[in-house]
Design a protein around this ligand. Structure first.
Ligand code: SF4
Length: 251
């Protein structure tokens, strides 16, 4: 489906879809969630997330950490996946595609074709939040560029380097300390706290660029690049760059 495809959905407010999901969070989404809750990003990360802030946390009973009864307690700051639901978003080099997800068991939601996908997304505030999330994407290229200044890929096997970085980025526990990842998912904690989400992002990005410029550990940069790419809805490949001759061989 694309933005012009027929689609409508009426939420039944049953809370069924707020159980047992895997929902990635980008830095902007975590920030929106924190501002909607009136708490600092570090508190929001501890209360509502796992995997260093990049995943929404679900309780052992299956319910989202933000679910109170059948009500979303952070509704104005809910993540993109919750706004887009019951559609799924696929980010491809050719543009965004949407898939219709199966309803949660017992869902009171009602599917229809009275509108189009694009109007549904606008009603849910998707484009505004997606735009804020995308402002972090240039950091991935900045990290890749910095890595190339720090690693001699004639001596270090690139595939092994990136394989290790991917495993480290997606580790759910026992991961290495990583100041850059901490800073990505805690703008308030690194001095970027402002009243609005926009102003916080504007203060956050230069801090992150400065941290990348002064970084000395390529493994930590690579893990941060991959985690950021995945949190923005891209595959790890978005962050990975091989030396030119290897890249040519992969084509
Ligand atoms: S953030 Fe809100 S809408 Fe999203 S899964 Fe949690 S309770 Fe449901």
């Amino acid at each position: 489906m694309d933005r012009h495809s027929p689609f409508s959905y009426r939420c039944g407010a049953c809370g069924r879809c707020c159980h047992n999901q895997v929902i990635a969070l980008s830095p902007a989404e975590l920030l929106a969630l924190a501002r909607a809750s009136g708490i600092a990003t570090g508190v929001a990360r501890a209360r509502y997330t796992e995997r260093r802030g990049s995943l929404l946390r679900f309780r052992t009973d299956g319910g989202c950490a933000a679910l109170e009864g059948v009500r979303c307690s952070i509704h104005p700051g809910r993540p993109l996946a919750c706004r887009i639901y019951p559609l799924g978003l696929e980010r491809t080099p050719d543009g965004d595609r949407f898939i219709r997800l199966e309803p949660a068991q017992g869902s009171a939601g009602r599917y229809g074709v009275e509108g189009i996908v694009g109007d549904y997304l606008t009603d849910q505030g998707v484009d505004e939040l997606l735009g804020m999330a995308e402002r972090y994407r240039p950091l991935i290229a900045a990290m890749r560029d910095k890595i190339e200044t720090l690693v001699d890929f004639d001596k270090i096997e690139p595939r092994e380097f990136w394989r290790h970085a991917t495993a480290e980025a997606l580790r759910e526990s026992n991961f290495d300390a990583n100041r850059l990842i901490d800073a990505l998912f805690d703008p308030d904690g690194v001095g970027a706290a402002r009243a609005s989400i926009e102003a916080t992002i504007a203060a956050h990005l230069p801090i992150l660029h400065a941290m990348i410029a002064s970084a000395t550990d390529p493994a930590k940069l690579a893990a941060a690049a991959i985690l950021l790419a995945v949190s923005l809805g891209y595959s790890p490949a978005e962050a990975i760059r091989f030396p030119t001759e290897q890249q040519d061989r992969l084509k």
